[in-house]
Design a protein around this ligand. Structure first.
Ligand code: SF4
Ligand code: SF4
Length: 137
């Protein structure tokens, strides 16, 4: 099994440094790969990243919710969305994402759609080479 980053990720980067096997990689370009991605072949399921995520975006693969119910105000970030999110990462840098949607209270989203991109990022996408192009935001 592995842990999975979902579209609730807004790149605040609280998770990356705690991973003992350095398998969390910031997506680049972020318009196409908007999250921090977990390498399913390297993740050891230690769970250390979960409590670090202020946005509750990370789940064990078999616990990714099929029907995530928003409390309201959460953002999901997917390449086909067009809403703007503005926040800060843990270093205090401004993070702007233009591929988001703000969820309304009670809105239900299937987050299992977010499992495959974690695999795709490392097989068909940039994978670890994204670290070389990472601008820290
Ligand atoms: S569960 Fe552990 S090994 Fe897997 S991504 Fe999170 S911190 Fe890294
Ligand atoms: S801590 Fe959560 S929201 Fe922040 S980058 Fe990691 S997965 Fe994304």
């Amino acid at each position: 099994m592995t842990h999975i980053t979902t579209s609730l990720c807004v790149r605040d980067r609280s998770c990356i440094e705690v991973c003992p096997v350095e398998c969390m990689v910031p997506g680049v370009p972020k318009e196409e790969w908007p999250w921090i991605y977990i390498d399913p072949d390297v993740c050891i399921d230690c769970g250390a990243c979960i409590p670090e995520c202020p946005f509750l975006a990370i789940f064990p693969e078999d616990e990714v919710p099929e029907a995530f119910t928003a409390t309201g105000g959460e953002f999901i970030s997917r390449a086909d969305l067009t809403g703007k999110f503005e926040g800060h990462n843990e270093a205090g840098d401004v993070v702007v994402l233009n591929t988001t949607k703000e969820l309304k209270a009670g809105e239900v989203v299937d987050l299992t759609d977010d499992i495959k991109p974690n695999y795709d990022f490392f097989t068909d996408g940039p994978g670890y080479s994204a670290n070389d192009d990472d601008d820290g935001i």
